[in-house]
Design a protein around this ligand. Structure first.
Ligand code: NDP
Ligand code: 8X3
Length: 253
């Protein structure tokens, strides 16, 4: 059976992807920091498929390297890596944000993603025809908006890193995609606002955001394309979201 390593499987896109790949019989390696959520997912999905849970903070490069290099044979070779763990913090303007929040986003969305990719690459290359690295970017990586500051910049890194990886992996068969969703209803906004459930509810209210299952379906589609096809970037928005006019600073009337 093919196997998939999903970071950030304890919530949102990651959890929905675990459920989607399990439905198709894939072996699952699931990571995240919240042990109790990993345990619940293992209980739910191990009746269907092989499941290995690795409690892991992607920012800890030693822990990432040790866990991934020690994967049991039953989960190898690795067919797909989904670099999904990530977060936004501090929706305020840049000049009001704590430096620590910027560091947390850089350490998670950039350093963490790089840590996991570096550890997993040798395992993907073992049986590389049709293998995939699916990186969760964002519309924020391409389109600036107020309060996007380091989050958007970190997702621009994900896009460019994905493209550059493609150059180096040319000839190996390993595909790389920057999957860039727009507004999707998960715990993302709860995390971004540090637990403000009302703010999260307000953002998704009276519109139709993407759901985690929508993104999970795209991840499964990307991972199971014929092996000669690479989708470089896949940007997805809800129909009810679009760009807006440029903002202009004006003198008072
Ligand atoms: P959620 O907050 O629901 O899930 C985030 C996941 O990331 C959790 O499983 C969390 O697990 C994990 N995670 C966060 N920090 C770490 C860490 N240091 N180490 C390991 N795991 C970590 O958000 P989404 O599902 O929405 O987000 C998933 C990805 O998609 C992110 O990269 C996000 O930037 C991106 N994205 C989200 C969009 C949205 O609108 N929702 C749109 C575009 C992109 P735990 O806390 O247990 O460690
Ligand atoms: C999350 C989507 O629009 O909040 O990456 O930046 S958005």
């Amino acid at each position: 059976m093919p196997s998939v390593l999903i970071t950030g499987a304890t919530s949102g896109f990651g959890r929905a992807a675990a459920q989607r790949f399990a439905k198709a019989g894939w072996s699952l390696i699931l990571t995240g920091r919240r042990q109790e959520r990993l345990d619940a997912l293992e209980k739910e999905l191990s009746q269907q498929v092989n499941v290995l849970t690795l409690p892991l903070d992607v920012r800890d490069s030693d822990a990432v390297t040790t866990a991934i290099s020690g994967l049991p044979e039953a989960f190898l070779p690795l067919t797909c890596l989904i670099n999904n763990a990530g977060l936004a913090l501090a929706p305020e303007p840049a000049q009001k944000v704590a430096l620590e929040d910027w560091h947390t986003m850089i350490d998670t969305n950039i350093t963490g993603l790089v840590n996991v990719t570096h550890a997993a690459l040798p395992l993907l290359l073992k049986n590389s025809e049709g293998a995939s690295i699916l990186n969760l970017g964002s519309v924020a990586g391409q389109w600036p908006y107020p309060g996007g500051h380091v989050y958007g910049a970190s997702k621009a890194f994900v896009q460019q890193f994905s493209y550059n990886l493609r150059c180096d992996l040319l000839g190996t068969g390993v595909r790389v995609t920057d999957l860039a969703p727009g507004m999707a209803e998960t715990e993302f906004t709860l995390v971004r606002t540090k637990g403000d459930q009302a703010a999260s509810d307000a953002l998704y209210k009276s519109t139709t955001p993407l759901q985690a299952e929508d993104i999970a379906e795209q991840l499964y589609y990307l991972a199971t394309l014929p092996p000669h096809i690479n989708i470089n970037r896949l940007e997805i928005m809800p129909v009810r979201q679009a760009w807006s006019a440029f903002a202009v600073d004006r003198d008072p009337a």
